[in-house]
Design a protein around this ligand. Sequence first.
Ligand code: HEC
Ligand code: HEC
Length: 462
Amino acid sequence: MVTRYYESFSFVFLYIMPDSPASKTLLAHTQHLLRRACLLGVGLAAAALAGCGGGGGDPDEAALSRRELLGKRLFFDTALSTPPGQSCASCHDAARAFSGNNGSAAGVALGADGLSLGLRNTPTAMYARFAPAFSMVDEGEGSIPVGGQFLDGRAGSLEDQAGQPFFAPDEMNVASPAVLVGRVAAAEYAELFRQEWGERIFEDTAAAMEAIKGSLAAFERTERFAPFSSKFDHVAAASAAFTAQEQRGLELFMDAGKGNCAACHIADPASRNPAASLFTDFTYDNLGVPRNWRIPANNDPAFFDLGLCGPKRAAPDGDPALCGAFKVPTLRNVERRQALMHNGFFNDLRETVAFYATRDTDPARWYPGGVPFNDLPAEFAANVNRTEAPYDRQPGEAPRLDDAEIDAIVAFLRTLTDGYGPSLAGNAEPMAAAGAAPRKNAARSRTPAATRPAANAAGTGK
Ligand code: HEC
Ligand code: HEC
């Protein structure tokens, strides 16, 4: 694959010596050298200049280790899917903060076959590395699920996660690990892969799969996925100032009696450690998001995506109290999201915040016929969080947030978009244990940890 950097090099040569035979020879020679540099991974600076395919010419490549660079190649490689054409980046689009749905307007991702629509809206892969492994945190009278990758936490780590989309029929649709490894072995970065993982790596499919997952996870742990370069970060570092409306939005976001957003989307605006403000505590909650009828599976009125209790995993503890709960997402870069919430019901940030404010005061606005929580079977409607602001209101009561307050929160949320200023990732200190003290009202299992079978705690059910 040839990238923009690489092309601009060729362009310079052509410009200097337009159309002469010498220019063609030189051009071919230069292309050859650049390609060699890519293949051999000779000198990361050369590789960075050459672009080496698949990332759209990333000036930051020089900073990547060989393993991270390999992860990048894999992440952007559209030749791995069946049929070819889809890469991780098709759904996790760098221009949308590594979220998006591969061009689908249904709110959920379109598969490599160009027809299949999945169940869920693609989350951002940014800041995902901060999620702890999935576990049930004991809270005495019940335990709280925390962490994990995917919206139901079913993958324990980025490595675990990275192995799954290749083989999902509604995603990259690869028939088997052997097929995938064969495609990587035929890729132009195969030599780089051997250098990193061993000369004979492609002979052992299981080992090669681990290497693919390890490379992808390494790339997802690079600064590009967590630059902490938003206006919010710069205000915290005293290198920018909020407008009056953004400041008001922040106050409403933090205020337990108003937005109360920070109860779940945790933030510490006074901290100079940007990792103290991940805008999620990685707990789970059931918000009663309206049913998205554009999802083909929802044509069956008896089908429900219940997150923590299936269909893609078994409920931890087999506890029905967790049905309908999904992971609290980070709100960093939320402005870049094409669709919002686990089922992509919303495609507008302001509407999403308005939903929080008026779900209970004006249910007819969100649920056809005014019957609330239409994306849950009746027996699980009681699992919806109705006790915490802003959704602790009754129909007819005044919402916790009026229109101007919603606008202010949206203005504040727009300050969470990376790229406002230089990266402040250097100030980020790893959290002692993200989500170590989950909030009281998180979706909780009624089973105390002591009586829980140990196997469930791993959370790797499929
Ligand atoms: C067809 C679209 C699509 C493709 C291709 C795809 N993903 Fe995803 N990704 C999703 C969706 C949808 C989810 C959420 C699924 C769920 O919760 O069940 C997700 C979840 C994730 C998550 C978890 C984020 C979190 O906050 O929990 C990561 C990380 C991720 N994908 C990385 C990758 C990598 C790496 C690849 C390539 C190997 C990839 N994805 C390919 C759509 C896609
Ligand atoms: C009780 C916990 C809780 C509180 C309080 C809360 N949220 Fe959320 N938020 C969640 C969960 C859980 C989700 C994902 C739900 C789903 O997809 O079903 C979510 C999703 C979102 C999303 C969609 C993000 C995306 O990428 O799809 C936005 C935007 C959002 N919240 C903003 C807010 C704002 C603004 C407030 C305050 C007015 C707030 N939240 C208060 C738990 C909470």
